[in-house]
Design a protein around this ligand. Structure first.
Ligand code: GLV
Length: 309
């Protein structure tokens, strides 16, 4: 029995090293150097190359090393008997909250405008917004979204949040299902997208939805690039319905050199760093899942293949 690590855009060696110290004696191989594909029962994946998991006929668990799984579900045909698991880690939620809080506060206090003014030695005081007169809308109430919504609620923001199924969170007005989305978009100053990418959520940040935000609204996208219709964002910035956006994820990553977002004054970009999987804590989840598989015990953070998260 063995574990295979199938990564693109992420170094596999540190994972192999850490797992090997925690799972003594277990064969851990890095794809494509797999001696006997029949022995592989557990695959650790980050953006695996298309269809490669089909080479392992005895695969029982496919573990994402991130919170998301669409990089696996979109590239593989997973057999129904195979479990798909992901990372749910408090550290990821805290990192995401800190990133979004930085974006929100820097927007409210207009730091980008002052950064521009500084270049021109321009001393120009501007009005600013405060926490208690800012409404935040959050799309997605998984473990990370629920944590972020709770924290913003505790800080005194007016928080509304939307999820597919019914959820209730203290200090947060929760809405769900297709009919609930409009309630969250309407009268929102800052929209934060933390949804998983599924066929239902792709392109959800489009003209029709973003137009419902308050005038001068602001968008923060930490979900996936495919959630955002990029040309619609440009239109809404151009016609000044939205005042800006902070984007951490993109349809193509790294963001291509010619992409208009690089030059756009009202768009801040970061290179997919809002919440990076922590090797120390996440490897414990991987180890627990491998051991649970061997013992026949319940796996942690199993994803519904039907729902896609
Ligand atoms: C990051 O984007 C993740 O999926 O964990």
């Amino acid at each position: 029995m063995s574990i295979v690590i199938c990564f693109t855009n992420k170094a596999p060696e540190p994972w192999k090293e850490v797992l090997q110290t925690k799972l003594k004696g277990v064969d851990i191989e890095i794809y494509p150097k797999v001696k006997d594909p029949q022995r592989v029962i557990f695959a650790l994946c980050w953006k695996p190359q298309p269809k490669i998991l089909a080479q392992f006929p005895n695969l029982k668990v496919v573990q994402s090393v991130g919170a998301s799984v669409e990089h696996i579900t979109q590239s593989q045909n997973l057999p129904a008997a195979c479990f798909l698991t992901r990372i749910v880690d408090q550290q990821l939620s805290e990192d995401m909250f800190e990133y979004i809080l930085t974006g929100v506060m820097s927007h409210l206090k207009r730091f980008s405008d002052y950064h521009r003014d500084k270049k021109q030695k321009h001393w120009n005081q501007k009005p600013y917004k405060t926490i208690n007169n800012t409404s935040i809308g959050i799309l997605g109430l998984g473990s990370i979204g629920a944590y972020v919504a709770t924290k913003f609620g505790q800080l005194g923001f007016k928080v509304k949040a939307w999820s597919r199924s019914e959820k209730h969170i203290e200090n947060v007005s929760c809405f769900w299902g297709e009919n609930g989305l409009g309630n969250v978009l309407d009268s929102t100053d800052i929209l934060i997208n933390i949804l998983p990418l599924t066929t239902e959520t792709a392109d959800i940040l489009n003209l029709q939805n973003l137009e419902q935000l308050n005038k001068n609204g602001y968008l923060i996208n930490v979900g996936r690039g495919e959630h955002l219709v990029e040309s619609d964002l440009l239109t809404l910035l151009e016609n000044e319905h939205l005042s800006g956006a902070l984007l951490d994820v993109f349809r193509t990553e790294p963001l291509p050199e010619q992409h208009p977002f690089w030059q756009h004054e009202k768009i801040k970009i970061t290179p997919h760093i809002a919440a990076i999987t922590n090797l120390g804590t996440a490897s414990n989840i991987v180890v627990a899942n491998y051991e649970n598989l061997l013992k026949g015990e319940e796996l942690l953070n199993v994803v519904s293949l039907k729902k896609g998260y």
